[in-house]
Design a protein around this ligand. Structure first.
Ligand code: ADP
Length: 529
């Protein structure tokens, strides 16, 4: 123990080397006892401090001020102070941050202050590290939140881009349908005029195949985007699978013939009845057969086989073509999927055919699977569709009324702001023997229908003044307008477009390019009515 014995002799011994500094001071701060630990921390000898210095003499100016304004009043008023931080000046001049705890004690007649002191270097370091760790955690959290926000943003952007893509495809399809419609009509007219001329027939055939190809691409694109949006609806009816197979084979026969491929079709002898949309199912089989031909070299073999398996029809389309690698078997059904290397062997394509096929099969409640033993070993696509059962079997559609095959001329008004589309359709209908007038706007069309006493009106929907729906409504309000055949001829072919046309008073909704056989059949009915 360092310090004079005087009246402090009975004071409990102050541990010299305690892990904290220990001091006893007079109430004015004069140091009376100090242990070796404190001396070691401050660089002083006890003799330099005891009776020589007040504790506040060791503080910085700020510390001395604080000691005067806060420490002393605190000690006077409550007799203690806890965890007060002072920077103590080391003998060599640098600061040593210390935490002071003090309590006033009576010894005989006098009051002393007992001080316990710890260095807070480490604590500060620890606090700083904690602070740093907290900052790091906070910034990591902020980063994570930013990343989550960016993810949510890109998810939104992706969904928006997907929506825009579908809208774009729908608009693109619509815009392409007008020119395609004119091309179809003009081609049909040219074909009639040139029958007998082999060279012209050959060229028309070529042109016809290309126009049909583009038309198919456009409708496939639209169908795929409609399926993606859940907007495609089947028109189910009792369907005999053999007739669907016949239609699909007929459609694909010319591609198979021109590649000198052989096609074998085997259908089980008993009728296979489905509750299906025959047009869509034909589209499925046509796509599979068309691919089989596309991805099989000249002279190759293709087969189509129909069988039943408990409650399913099983249709398999096999080819001896380029085959598919095992790892690609699933991916071929994805939208825009094209197996690397197969594109150059085929005649192009967008990679939507199989996505469409899978979507249509799924709408029928069926499944499709691709099989191949690998590149060069041919492919097989197996479609399963549920057979019709008592629950799904429907009444067959009524047979077509008799006499439809007779030609009966009709007075027709064609209303379309696309001049080429209107004129080419008019010419085609005139060749069928009808009396056709055209108008380029809704109001002009309305006037024309009124004046020429039309029996049928073929109305485009998007018109420059009033739209086709409004024209239809106004016609239906007239006494002369109730019996007219009103046909919407539109580039928009979704179910809701059909419904809107029906609501506006149309009898039928046809999608451009119009199937001229369907249209003439409709007009025949009207002419003979
Ligand atoms: P595409 O327009 O490219 O033919 P599809 O969706 O019809 O698009 O087919 C997707 C891909 O699947 C094709 O690009 C081709 O690589 C592969 N594929 C489809 N059918 C066959 C087949 N019968 N044989 C080999 N590969 C095929």
């Amino acid at each position: 123990m360092t310090g004079p014995p005087d009246d402090l002799t009975s004071w409990p011994e102050l541990p010299e080397y305690a892990p904290c500094g220990l001091l006893v001071t007079e109430p004015d701060g004069t140091i009376r006892l100090v242990n070796a630990t404190f001396c070691a921390w401050t660089g002083y000898r006890a003799a330099d401090l005891v009776h020589e210095r007040r504790i506040q003499d060791l503080f910085t100016v700020g510390g001395r001020l604080f000691h005067h304004t806060h420490w002393l009043p605190l000690m006077q008023m409550q007799g203690s102070a806890a965890e007060v931080k002072f920077d103590v000046l080391h003998r060599e001049g640098h600061r040593v941050p210390m935490l002071f705890n003090a309590v006033a004690r009576q010894r005989g007649m006098r009051v002393y202050h007992q001080l316990a002191v710890v260095v807070v270097h480490d604590r500060q370091k620890y606090e700083q590290e904690l602070l740093l760790a907290r900052k790091r955690a906070e910034s990591a959290l902020a980063e994570q939140q930013k990343a989550q926000q960016a993810l949510a943003r890109s998810r939104d952007e992706l969904a928006q881009a997907d929506r825009r893509k579908d809208e774009f495809l729908a608009t693109l399809g619509h815009e392409l349908r007008n020119p395609l419609s004119s091309m179809h009509n003009v081609l049909a007219i040219l074909r009639r005029q040139s029958s007998g001329d082999t060279e012209m027939d050959r060229m028309h055939g070529m042109l016809g195949r290309q126009v049909d190809y583009v038309t198919r691409l456009v409708s496939d694109l639209l169908d795929v985007s409609r399926i993606a949006q859940g907007k495609l609806q089947l028109r189910r009816q009792p369907t005999e699978l053999a007739s669907v197979v016949r239609d699909a084979v007929e459609m694909v026969q010319s591609s198979i013939d021109s590649a000198a491929q052989s096609l074998t079709v085997s259908v089980c002898p008993e009728p296979v009845e489905l509750d299906a949309d025959p047009v869509r199912l034909t589209q499925v089989l046509f796509n599979l057969l068309h691919n089989a031909s596309k991805y099989t070299p000249q002279g190759g073999c293709i087969s189509l086989c129909v069988a039943t398996d408990s409650d399913c029809a099983v249709i398999s389309v096999c080819d001896s073509g380029v085959g598919i690698a095992a790892e690609e078997l699933r991916a071929v059904f994805d939208m825009f999927a094209q197996v690397p290397g197969s594109a150059e062997r085929s005649q192009g394509g967008l990679g939507i055919g199989l996505a469409l096929v899978r979507g249509l099969v799924a709408l029928h409640g069926g499944t499709i699977e691709a099989r191949s033993e690998g590149p060069g070993k041919g492919s097989e696509f197996v479609v399963r569709v549920p057979l019709a059962n008592d629950r799904t079997r429907r009444e067959p559609l009524p047979p077509a009324p008799e006499g439809q095959s007779q030609k009966t001329p009709c007075r027709i008004v064609v209303v379309d702001d696309n001049r080429d589309a209107a004129e080419s359709l008019a010419m085609l209908l005139e060749l069928e023997g009808h009396d056709v007038h055209i108008a380029g706007s809704g109001l002009a069309g309305l006037e024309l229908v009124r004046h020429c006493d039309a029996q049928a009106v073929l109305l485009d929907i998007g018109l420059p003044d009033i739209d086709g729906y409004e024209v239809a409504r106004r016609i239906r309000q007239q006494p002369w307008g109730t019996k007219l055949l009103l046909v919407a001829v539109s580039g928009w072919g979704q179910e809701r477009d059909r419904q809107a046309a029906m609501d506006a008073g149309f009898d039928r909704h046809l999608t451009k390019p119009v199937d001229i056989h369907e249209l003439t059949a409709l007009l025949r009915c009207q002419g003979s009515a």
